[in-house]
Design a protein around this ligand. Structure first.
Ligand SMILES: [Zn+2]
Length: 142
């Protein structure tokens, strides 16, 4: 479904409940009603594609330095008053949702749009999550 960089190992793999993980692969599987946040090995096991899971994580790891600079980039304010950024051919908008923040990423060529699935607790958290989602879209050619 999605992959996320927590910045440090700070979650437990929901598949094996043993691995401490930094990169969370959000997985769906017919045997489980909910999305599971998994480490690389368990994600590879669930989708029966260890190489694919490794590649997905490597792409995000390689983007680590850019991710650190992401928050300090020149975010502008849309007509609706929401912070936005154009990067890599994508338009990224962050906006308030209830008490939290959501985001929407649009591929400016294809107009494919991906919204956040969950509200994030802070503006910065939403921006960082949007970065991960953009990298993930790029990797899939969306
Ligand atoms: Zn695991």
């Amino acid at each position: 479904m999605d992959i996320e960089d927590l910045g440090e190992p700070s979650a437990t793999c929901e598949m094996c409940e043993a691995h401490e993980i930094r990169y969370v692969h959000h997985m769906e599987h017919p045997s489980y009603p909910q999305t599971l946040g998994c480490g690389c090995v368990c994600a590879g096991h669930m989708e029966d594609d260890y190489e694919g899971a490794r590649e997905r994580e490597k792409t995000l790891r390689n983007a680590g330095a850019r991710r650190q600079r992401w928050l300090t980039r020149n975010w502008r304010t849309s007509r609706n008053g929401n912070p936005f950024l154009n990067a890599d051919g994508y338009n990224i908008v962050v906006y308030p949702v209830g008490r939290g923040w959501g985001f929407r990423i649009t591929n400016r060529v294809s107009n494919t749009t991906i919204p956040s699935r969950l509200a994030l607790p802070s503006l910065d958290a939403a921006k960082l999550r949007a970065f991960d989602a953009m990298i993930w879209m790029k990797q899939r050619g969306q």
